[in-house]
Ligand binder design. Sequence first.
Ligand code: F6R
Length: 599
Amino acid sequence: MCGIVGYIGNKEASPILLDALRKLEYRGYDSAGIAVITEDKKLNVRKIKGRLSNLELLVQQNPVVGTCGIGHTRWATHGEPSDLNSHPHTDVSQTIAVVHNGIIENHAQLRTWLERHQVSFASQTDSEVIAHLIDFHYNGDLLLAVRETVKRLDGSYAIAVACSEHPDLLVVARKDSPLVIGRSEDATLLASDVPPLLSHTRQVQYLEDLEVATLTCDEVHIYTLDGDEVKREIQTIEWDMEAAEKCGFEHFMLKEICEQPKALRDTLRSRLKDGNVSFPTQVETLLKGASHLLITGCGTAYHAGMVASYVIEQVAGVPVEVTVASELRYRVHIRKEGEVCILISQSGETADTIAALRMLKERGIPTIAITNVVGCTISREADWVLYTQAGPEIAVASTKAFSTQLLSLFAIATLLAKQENTALLDALMNLPNMAQLLIDRQEDIQRFAASQFNKTKVFFMGRLVDFAISLESALKLKEISYTHSEAFAAGELKHGPIALVDTSTLVVAICTQPSLYAKMDSNIKEVKARGATALVITFETVHNFDECADVIFRIPQTHPLFSPILSVMVSQLYAYYCSVLKGNDPDKPRNLAKSVTVE
Ligand code: F6R
């Protein structure tokens, strides 16, 4: 997720901007840059792909002197990580510099319009249009030019603007992306988040949506887009640095679980056009022409593939095979006519998934990657890439990346659906709201975890997509709470696992497939008869399990095939609270790494 910072005061801006960018590193980034207005009113930009140390070296070799500037860490969304795509972006005359966090949805139309006005672009980013638009509207009044520009932007933005003609002024604006202004005795600062401000001040003002502000060394004025001044109280930050990075959440994992409605909304937005699901034309042609789909990935990503195999087979009638990448790469793979492979990977750097991709490419099988990191190895090597818009995932256990992978796969299922397309589309569009309803009720799950976290055996069971979510739920619980947890297809209960069920066992039954409620009811009764405690996860409208369950957690109603996005959130929250109650650090579970780049 991009981060923006700014400084205007009486000290040298560049070391302060670099230090502020360091404090935003936790948001994830692939390139960074600063722009400083020098004493002779020139705008100097330094920007580079890679770590902040690259930028520090660049500034050391080629210093910029001035007391007013802006900075940026970029998490690529439009255009790969590169020096040119890094921010700040400038207008053609290098008078105006802009840093941006967010996504400009109408950037393509704006770019075409600007090109018609003889503007030439230096980057592939959506953000560059902002710099050129400000220049287009600029006639000496920077505030007015920014106001006129943001009125033309669709999407989300937090921007900071510097102009060489105004070495004592920064202008900022926001909509749907955060922006905080810090007020110290001898400077005014801005940032996407509080941590960069804390070494200078604890006095802050929050800019709200559709507001712009002018920042000088000792004054801040906030306005509506129509130019009316707004009074905003100054607040005092009481948190310490670490809490500030987590925006008040105790752990990154909880923050990321709670970010899922937004992550789903952003991913959905990238997959919708004119009220229907939309993919690049060649991807759509490839998917519609496929007579056999092969899906692969590791761990949680594999579970997303498994859910998709049930959904796509049911709605599209296309055979889907799903295999973990570490197996696929070594297995004898019999190529099928019309086969297309979908590879799923949050990081895009997982060694086994990369090896499977290379094997498939050697065999001439078309490949589509679903990944969260622009410019990652898998995105560069696959034939086509669909990005999830989860933002950086910092906690080791995957949560929002999983639900956005599911959403992308459900969009594919909706595209390929032979019937029910409208019902699926409606359900898909509603998932972010349903996710929010669920997250709002997390205290129920916290309470249940408080009564169960000491259980030494937890089994998850379900049928069809609920079986796939059982596997993901058991993985989440074992990863961060170190509880021995297993998952099985509920029909397999009698074929072995029931031997382990006793009074010390918690069985979580995921029951969202109406045609199988009666079968699940029998399975729950079987484990209850052996003394297990049964938690049932089902829809809020379903009462089939009222008698047999000890506890029921009801998820908002959606299309049963899309229930995994909601049911998994119950398991994520349950695992999180068990981990915390056991005194573990859920963000950094023992023995695990975020990105498994070795076999
Ligand atoms: C589980 C988890 C792992 C990853 C797996 C694949 O919470 O995070 O199982 O899902 O290592 O990683 P990516 O998706 O980066 O390929």
